[in-house]
Design a protein around this ligand. Structure first.
Ligand code: FHN
Length: 433
């Protein structure tokens, strides 16, 4: 083991079974809400606007001066998340811009000092817990506002002339920034009750650093695990053991070809995805995933043993915009009657063949197989090599029986209505022998 892995092993000092137990609510729940909210909601053209437009702190200041989420009602957010079928939520307590939604005593660059005039995270955790969701904090390791964070290729003040880096970084001290980062994460792990997830973001080791040494990852993780023993941590602290040094890997904005593995062993994973291309509220972006695409994203993730963390970018007024509300409602309508094919489900056993134009999920506890029909009309649908293995079949959305017969070739044939039932993606629930 490398020296870092040896140190990590001490932090993650638990058996695989203990880890499985610690992650069990999360692997059962499968579906969470990501929330990206900050000053970037005012320019409303991407959360990286400060970087993309190389905005100086003074050019960005008007967004701090004007930040006034007068319609902020996290209970409404939590209700919409719950009704969409989401079971946990992760919010950006601080994104790369360095602005804190929480009342940190280590900075004045925080919501408390804006017209919001309060700790927005305190209300958020209370609201989401009240609606029965687990709560997670996203914390940006990167900080484009902090005076000690070294200017690098990602920084909004990056010079065009590489020779200028040294001069620009005179007086900036990453050790001081590391202490700031540690103290803020400690505030988040101390002041808001039980936190179920920590979503750190992100490492990019290179000649200018920004790997685990810059973040002080080992010390940070030791403190986090001490204050919140049951917490689940993602893999973006640039550590190496288990799932890339975290509890789960985080494929972002793409579909994995198969269940991710490490050293030949399947590892926990969660894909994080946006409705459109931007994580922060983007007023003019028109390319939004439609309801079916979003449902396939969720079902496909579960069919490969993973989770989906689906992002909403609230507006500067503190609202989910109508497009986001529409997508959440569409998912909720489907989840209301088909959630049983997601919660507690995972990849189907390897011997079960997936018919084309379908996605399979499987609940090992109830021994029920779920066939998601991505293509309609049908009238007959065959499950290869399932002869004698299916006790009963029904549509999940209305519990109506689906009659079956065995074929000569050893398949189970399902008699389906020609016309698609009134649900975005019909699901067949098979009770196996
Ligand atoms: O740079 C961030 C980005 O803004 C967003 O927060 C995503 C969410 O996973 N993480 C980083 C890009 O990987």
């Amino acid at each position: 083991l490398s020296q870092v892995q040896a140190q990590e092993k001490k932090i993650f000092n638990e058996t695989d079974q203990q880890k499985e137990q610690r992650l069990s609510w999360w692997t059962h729940d499968r579906f969470g809400m990501f929330i990206h909210w900050g000053l970037y909601s005012l320019p409303a053209r991407h959360e990286w606007v400060k970087n993309r437009e190389r905005l100086t702190d003074s050019a960005y200041q008007p967004y701090f001066d004007r930040f006034n989420p007068d319609l902020y009602n996290p209970r409404e957010w939590a209700r919409m998340a719950r009704e969409a079928g989401m079971k946990y939520a992760v919010i950006t307590t601080k994104h790369h811009e360095g602005f804190c939604l929480f009342d940190s005593k280590f900075t004045t660059y925080k919501a408390t000092n804006t017209a919001a005039g309060k700790d927005l995270i305190k209300e958020w955790v209370d609201a989401f817990r009240a609606e029965g969701l687990k709560v997670g904090f996203y914390y940006s390791l990167i900080d484009w506002h902090h005076p000690d964070f070294t200017i690098d290729e990602m920084h909004p003040q990056r010079p065009t002339d590489p020779k200028k880096y040294e001069q620009l970084n005179k007086g900036r001290d990453m050790a001081k920034y590391r202490t700031y980062l540690y103290n803020q994460v400690k505030e988040l792990m101390t002041n808001y009750g039980k936190i179920d997830m920590l979503w750190t973001d992100f490492s990019y080791p290179g000649e200018h650093g920004k790997g685990h040494e810059d973040w002080g990852s080992i010390e940070l993780l030791k403190m986090v695990r001490k204050l919140q023993p049951g917490i689940i941590v993602n893999n973006r602290l640039d550590l190496e053991s288990y799932a890339d040094g975290g509890d789960f890997v985080t494929p972002e904005q793409y579909k994995v070809a198969s269940w991710p593995t490490k050293n030949g062993k399947r590892i926990p994973w969660e894909t994080c995805q946006t409705f459109s291309g931007s994580w922060g509220y983007h007023r003019d972006e028109t390319s939004w995933k439609d309801n079916k695409q979003l449902l396939v994203l969720l079902i496909e993730s579960v069919s490969k043993g993973g989770n989906l963390l689906l992002n909403v970018g609230p507006t500067a007024r503190g609202l989910f915009d109508t497009r986001a509300q529409d997508r959440l409602k569409g998912m909720g309508d489907w989840m209301l009657v088909n959630g049983r094919s997601v919660y507690g489900c995972t990849q189907a056993p390897d011997h079960i063949k997936r018919p084309e134009n379908s996605l399979l999920t499987y609940n090992p506890a109830t021994k029920r197989l779920y066939v998601h029909l991505l293509d309609y009309p049908l009238q007959r649908f065959e499950l290869p090599d399932m002869k004698g293995k299916v006790k009963y079949a029904q549509f999940l959305h209305d519990g109506s029986e689906i009659r079956m017969s065995n074929t000569e070739g050893g398949a189970v044939a399902l008699d389906l209505p020609v016309h698609k039932p009134g649900v975005e993606i019909p699901v067949i629930e098979l009770i196996l022998e």
